[in-house]
Structures are given as C-alpha cells and as structure tokens.
Design a binder for this molecule. Structure first.
Ligand SMILES: *Cc1c(COP(=O)(O)O)cnc(C)c1O
Length: 450
C-alpha cells in the first residue's frame, strides 16, 4: 500500500506514519525517520549503517523531508504570486541548499557568507533576499555586484549606506523596510524579534517617515514591506496581528504615493519538538491566514521559513559512552555535546531522544539525565528524561535536530565539528566530513616569534 499525503495532513508526517505503521507495516515507503524491522531508518538507510561508516556523533538529513516541507509552504501559497525563500541560517550545507533550490526555493540570507553559499549552490541573485540588522557596506557591495532580489533594510543608517554603495556602483536596488510591529510572538525570549524592545526593524509607527526618506534616496527603489516577528511560533495569532498591521501600512504607504508591490512576511512557524504533546499550526492554515490578511492587496508575497523546512528533516545521532549512577539519578553520558547541538543549553530546548534499536513492546523504561562530555554543567540535553533503557555503545538519536543544529556547532573542548550526512532513498553521502585532529590543529598558525 502507498500512503499519499495531502497538504492538509501537515508536516507531522512521522507521527502520522507512526499511526499508519501500526495499521500496516508496509506503509513506511514514504517516510523518513522510522523504525523498520526494529531499527531506526533514515529514509531507506539503517541509521546504524551510517554510524558504522562515519562514526558518531553525526547529523543526518532526509532529502524527501526537506522537499516535502518546502512543498507544503509552496502549496499553502498557491493562488498568490509568491516565492518561498528558505532561511538558510537554520541549515546551510551546500547539498541541502541544492535540494531546496532544485525544488524551486529562493534563499533568505543574513550575511555575505550565506550569500556566497547560496550562489555557490547555484541560486541566482534574483532569488536571494538579504536580511539582517548589521549589513556592512562591503557585504552590500558584494551582493549588489553578484545580483540580489531585494535588501530588507532595518534602519535609517543602513539605508543611507546602501544608497551610497548602490550609487557608487551605478545601480538601483529594490528594497523593503523591515517594520517592527510590536507584537508579542509568545516564544522564547532569545528568538522573539517583533517587540519594540528588540533590535530588529524600524518601529511601525515611524514607517511613513522612513519610507518618505527612502523615496528620496538615490540608488534605492522602494518596492515593499518586510516583517519577521520571531522563531518557533506555536500559535497563529501573533502572525495574524502582525500581518494585519502590514496590510494597513500597505494602504497608508500607497496613499503616500509609494508603490508597494511585494510583501516579505518572514519566517517563524514552529515545529513540534515534543511530539507527544505539541501540535503547532500547519503551513496550510498559515497560508490561509496570509491570504486572508494580505491576499486582497495584489502584492507578490515572500515567506522565509527556516526551522519548519529543516528542523524535522534532521537527526543528530550519538553513542552512549557510560551509564553513570549518581546519588539520586542516572546519568547517560553520550559522545554528543553542547558544542554539537547547543539548543538545549542555549534555549532550554527540548528534543525527543530515541534509541536507534526499537525497544521491545513492554520493555521497562529508564529515567536519565542525558549529558555530554564537555566540562560545563550546561552540557545537559535533558533532565529526568524517561526513555527506553540503553547501555554503553548503544546509539541514540535526537529528533528535530536539522534546524539550528550543525550551523550553530563549534569545536569547543577541541571536539572536531561533527559530520553531516544526506540520505536520498537507499543512498547516503557525507556532505561535510569530520575534520581530522591534524586538520583541526593545522587551522592555527604560530607567529614567527614563537
Ligand atoms: C531566523 C529568520 C527566519 C527564519 O526563522 P525560522 O523560525 O527558522 O522559520 C526568517 N527571516 C529572518 C529575517 C530571520 O532572521
């Protein structure tokens, strides 16, 4: 039996597949990270096989999941002139960008490094949007020379610099102004961006003034409005409030004589990190909200999802080093650490953690504090987590680790960056190798006097 997913089935594919699997063990052909014959697979590849080939820890991404999540957004905006620009800060490996670019995605970049990565992956300048609160003149120059769809300008000083750089190059660049709608995104404080206390955008109350200034500046062509209120939003209401404000502002700016033809509505739709009890909104409902709030304006619409495309498309796989008995608890000491996946330490984030070998039905679970080897108490992935009992050398997988995982990794404690692997059907390939210790050390250079 083949199981077809309609767009209204949402992105909860592994949950759905799990349910379906209970009914029919043969329906897993579509899925992505599922137990099959008692072992966790990434698409058609046993995760343990990848571990044997590349060593642990590592990241593994599913091509089919990336494609499917992109398509959910693309389909959700059907009927509107639109472009889905992947927020590549969430996951910026060349192979991942190529998968999404081939599916038709544009890219949202926040640094010239990301711009170069997008270009290197074959994304044309006219599909790259440049966001970010601190673009330098040099970054602007490189993007203007290489081609850019638009700059999302975040302040008046930035606008003056962009005007100067564009004028020097003899070009006129399309811009939007990022407005800060002063909306509570109801998400973690470190990833909320749409309140007046946040550093992002210009206050929406000053928009008319700033647009008037932009219209006078050489080298710039105002084409639209940009807004992005935060990440991991688990309700639609903040989007609704923000987009209503954008719609009102569109009318006001048009009355002032500006041609507003493009709305960039940002990213931020959340994903279920704890699958058992979270159900954030679906892309289709988000798309309907966009149509309802701004669809009547006749604008081209851009969105910039990152996490929802890449988050559930990746696992971080790690190996248990020791099970250590503490005074009042058991520690699971694993070979992955906060330098590999920083979200729990940085945002108190939850990741579901599952054994790579499926537990027997009725097996006695165990409760652990799951920690890495780094010399910080912050190197804790979960406290008091009840899961299948595991032992030294067992493999475990962190779910929903595709977004803000590999891209935020460091080599703290001189732990080499962990490899990234891409799966496609029954094939897998290393898309970023683990550096050797020699390579890691050779990046340092000694001054001549030493
Ligand atoms: C981070 C960011 C995004 C993506 O956010 P997600 O929560 O990953 O969807 C989109 N646009 C801008 C400007 C961002 O800074």
């Amino acid at each position: 039996m083949r199981f077809e997913f309609g767009p209204n089935k949402g992105w909860c594919f592994d949950l759905i597949c799990y349910v379906v699997r209970q009914k029919d063990a043969e329906t897993v052909s579509l899925d992505h990270f599922l137990y099959r014959n008692g072992v966790l697979h990434a698409e058609d590849v046993p995760v343990a096989e990848i571990a044997a080939a590349v060593g642990t820890p590592f990241y593994v991404y599913s091509t089919a999941t990336l494609q499917r999540h992109f398509k959910l957004f693309d389909d959700a905006l059907e009927g509107l002139d639109h472009l889905v620009c992947f927020a590549m800060k969430s996951l910026s490996n060349q192979a991942v960008l190529k998968v999404l670019a081939d599916a038709g995605a544009g890219m949202d970049v926040v640094s010239v490094g990301e711009y170069m990565r997008a270009k290197a992956a074959g994304v044309p300048g006219e599909k790259i949007v440049f966001s970010g609160v601190g673009k330098t003149a040099e970054e602007m120059r490189i993007a203007l020379e290489g081609g850019i769809r638009q700059f999302n300008v975040e302040s008046e000083p930035e606008m003056l610099v962009l005007s100067r750089v564009a004028s020097e190059l003899g070009v006129v660049t399309p811009i939007t102004v990022r407005v800060n709608p002063d909306v509570d995104a109801k998400t973690h404080a470190k990833i909320a961006t749409g309140k007046s206390e946040n550093k992002f955008g210009i206050p929406i109350s000053r928009a008319r003034e700033v647009y008037a200034m932009a219209a006078e500046l050489p080298g710039l062509k105002v084409i639209g409005i940009d807004v992005h209120i935060g990440s991991q939003l688990t309700e639609l209401e903040p989007f609704e409030l923000a987009y209503q404000k954008v719609a009102e502002l569109t009318e006001v700016l048009r009355a002032d004589g500006h041609e507003i033809t493009r709305l960039d509505l940002g990213g931020g739709l959340g994903i279920p990190y704890a699958r058992s009890n979270e159900a954030p909104p679906l892309p289709m409902d988000y798309g309907a909200l966009i149509k309802r709030t701004v669809g009547h304006l006749g604008c081209e619409v851009e969105i910039e999802p990152g996490r929802l495309i890449s988050g559930n498309a990746g696992l971080m796989v790690s190996k248990v080093i020791y099970v250590k008995e503490g005074e009042d608890r058991k520690f699971l000491i694993i070979d992955g650490a906060m330098n590999d996946l920083i979200r729990p330490a940085m945002y108190e984030a939850h990741h579901d953690i599952v054994p790579v070998v499926e537990p027997e039905v009725g097996a006695e679970p165990a409760t652990y504090d799951i920690v890495g080897p780094v010399c910080e108490s912050g190197d804790t992935f979960a406290k008091g987590r009840t899961m299948a009992a595991v032992e030294s050398d067992d493999l475990i997988a962190f779910r929903s680790a595709g977004a803000y995982g590999a891209v935020m990794a460091s080599e703290y404690n001189s732990r080499p960056l962990i490899p990234e692997v891409l799966v496609h059907g029954d094939q897998f390939a290393v898309i970023r190798p683990r550096p050797t210790f020699d390579e890691m050390i050779a990046r340092d250079t000694l001054p001549e006097w030493l």
